[in-house]
Design a protein around this ligand. Sequence first.
Ligand code: SF4
Length: 62
Amino acid sequence: MKKPVIDYDLCEGCGTCVELCPDVFGMQGDEKAYVIAEDKCDTCDCDEAANTCPVEAISFEE
Ligand code: SF4
């Protein structure tokens, strides 16, 4: 199962991934997104979040 990973050095906290995949990503204050449930990745479209992220901070581990 693929697991989303956020590069916190790149993330600028735009919130797009949280809007697209609220089961998987959450916001840490207004600063950064973080992975709240990596095992939920198969139930929504995290690829869209990864492709939409403006700084390409989202990648996947198998
Ligand atoms: S879409 Fe990218 S930059 Fe925006 S909050 Fe998510 S990981 Fe951070």
